[in-house]
Design a protein. Sequence first.
Length: 238
Amino acid sequence: MLLSVSDLAVAYRGIEAIRDIAISVPAGKIVTVIGPNGAGKTTLLNAIMGVLPSSGTTSLRGRLIDSLDIESRVRAGLCLVPEKRELFPSMSVEDNLRLGAWRFRRERGSASRSLDQVFSLFPRLKERRAQLAGTLSGGERQMLAMGRALMARPDLLMLDEPSLGLAPLIVRDIFHTITGLRETGVSILLVEQNARAALQVADYGYVLETGRITLEGPGAALATDPRVIATYLGAALT
């Protein structure tokens, strides 16, 4: 198992935001966590990344990483694309991307190879490589945020609401790219409110409600589960 999380809990001022969380991500798979606003989805990703203090155990390829800081977790193979994307708007697209390759800064030519790979995934970024990040469209900014994370060559890419605020056609393109990443060997932990889109691409899924996992199963099975349909889909997936 690539990522294993058990008994994970995060508390704010004595109130538990998430508790008793147990999830896993196999190598080469897409796993999604769906749920309503305020369920704790972003908190879960931040805890795994080490942004928030937590209890429980988190292991990557069988190695416990609970004691590692964020930089060490990136070096171990974790990367998080946050909901707000957190780009540098006054820097060019290419410079934003190159910042993501700091993990390999001592390896000559490594950043350029990673850049070529990202440009092959996102040709639009190549077209705009000299453009300031702050002038990009919402979809392009999401591509840039994902591309910057991929510059670190993660084993597990964690995506927090990648479809947020994007037009339907752009959402389709983003999820097509997410599916393509799986084919390159990148494992993905995807947090999404767009349950329909997430379950269409996910190998496995979890439903997070009020800080706890209430349902789990293969993506296709969750997509036809009456409880998921009633709460998150409104109708069966086609």
